[in-house]
Ligand binder design. Structure first.
Ligand code: NAD
Ligand code: MG
Length: 399
């Protein structure tokens, strides 16, 4: 049966993750208007089959070929017509193919770049949660989207906030953007205390429930550094016009200041379904399942400057952005490797900024005009960081 032509066919890539399941929650609230037609995940075939039973997509894809038999057999045993696919190329082909008009890019890390770029080249509406693809190859993603007429709607709470605020006038009326940061679980801590934190403490975010990698990025403030780079690409502004303000209640997501002195802010409860509903419904507003804001019940709103001494990752991201070329790709790759080693208990928390700083010093910024150059920089930074991690892990623990 042909779906109605105004029905959005949505590919959710990273479907088994935090953003993916939030996207599917919103999609399921609008059965007449939204449909999950493609679901993709890394290697967890069991979870993906369960999502297929609930959402009945046309296609399901795992990046890891070793997970293919479990996906294929699971779909067959469930009696589903969903076709099974595997591999990064299949993920990209489905993102670009006729089976969807909208792509929720919710894969974690640089692994999301291929499908993000494929969706941009194919002119899809791109609901972009995978911020690492913009940090790694922001110019290429934005240029591909421009050329193909792909509409990018950011799915990061701060960038969704800016996106919403910007709809009040033309972009040249903007003076600056302010991204808020919760400050993470260790706000107010000094380096001596930070040296001791465990992975379990780092992923226990006080306000947001998120995947492990972005939770650690929030605890180091690297997340905010990645978001400043993301904002430069999305909104075409220089770094000097984007600043960061710590706001522990996480209710004000971003502010846009205009040349006339007016500032617009977007507020809402810390639940990513709001940003996803903005992207899935745009330009209509649709129900997300998130309650409105009761400011009397929430109490006060606080703001403070970030502590760059205790949390150097924000400074390192700014430096990589200023250096340009391959530097943001190196920053991102070194950070992914360092965070993964921290989560495995191989290095301490303060090793994360130390490893990123060492990689940026070892691999100075070079001009980056092609995907090949950026992917080579990503690979070199991963090799470099892994060697340092091995040396650290076999010596004394931590930074
Ligand atoms: P998560 O760890 O919960 O989920 C990650 C998803 O990616 C899973 O479905 C996993 O199977 C899939 N995946 C992992 N490796 C893959 C690979 N090589 N190929 C294909 N799929 C792969 O992560 P998350 O918290 O949902 O974050 C996803 C992205 O969204 C990240 O880029 C993150 O920075 C961004 N983001 C998340 C939030 C949030 O609230 N969780 C907010 C803003 C931005
Ligand atoms: Mg964010």
């Amino acid at each position: 049966m042909q779906p109605p032509s105004d029905m959005r066919q949505v590919a959710v890539l990273g479907a088994t993750g935090s953003i993916g399941t939030s996207a599917l929650d919103v999609i399921a609230r609008h059965r007449g208007r939204l449909r999950a037609s493609v679901l993709g995940a890394g290697s967890n075939a069991g979870d993906l089959v369960r999502l297929c039973i609930a959402h009945q997509p046309d296609h399901a894809v795992v990046a890891d070929p070793a997970a293919y038999p479990a996906l294929r057999d699971g779909l067959r045993e469930a009696g589903l017509a969903t076709r099974a696919h595997a591999g990064a190329e299949a993920m990209e082909a489905l993102a670009a193919g006729p089976g969807c008009d909208t792509v929720v890019a919710a894969i974690v890390g640089a692994a999301g770049l291929g499908s993000t770029l494929a969706a941009a080249h194919a002119g899809k509406r791109l609901l972009l949660a995978n911020k690492e693809s913009l940090v790694l190859a922001g110019e290429l993603v934005m240029a591909a989207a421009r050329r193909a007429g792909a509409e990018i709607v950011p799915i990061d709470s701060e960038h969704s906030a800016v996106f919403q605020c910007l709809r009040s006038c033309r972009a040249d009326g903007v003076r600056r953007l302010v991204l808020t940061a919760s400050g993470g679980p260790f706000r107010g801590w000094d380096r001596a205390r930070l040296a001791q934190v465990s992975p379990a403490q780092a992923v226990a975010h006080p306000k947001w429930s998120m995947g492990p990698k972005i939770s650690v990025d929030s605890a180091t403030l690297m997340n905010k550094g990645l978001e400043v780079i993301e904002a430069c690409h999305l909104f075409g502004l220089p770094p000097a016009r984007i600043s960061v303000l710590v706001h522990p209640q996480s209710l004000v997501h971003a502010l846009v200041e205009y040349v006339d002195g007016s500032t617009l802010a977007q507020l809402g409860l810390p639940d990513m379904r709001t940003a996803l509903a903005v992207g899935l419904g745009w330009p209509d507003r649709i129900d997300s399942g998130v309650a409105g804001l009761d400011l009397l019940a929430q109490g006060r709103l606080d703001f403070e400057a970030p502590d760059l001494e205790a949390f150097p990752c924000l400074r390192l991201a700014s430096e990589a952005l200023a250096a340009g070329g391959t530097a943001p790709a190196v920053l991102n790759a070194a950070n992914e490797e360092a965070v993964s080693a921290f989560l495995q208990g191989r290095v301490g928390f303060l090793a994360i900024p130390a490893l990123v700083e060492q990689s940026l010093a070892a691999l100075p910024a070079a001009p980056a005009d092609s995907l090949e150059t950026l992917l080579a920089a990503d690979a070199a930074a991963r090799r470099d960081t892994r060697q340092r991690i091995d040396a650290m892990a076999s010596g004394s623990h931590g930074a």
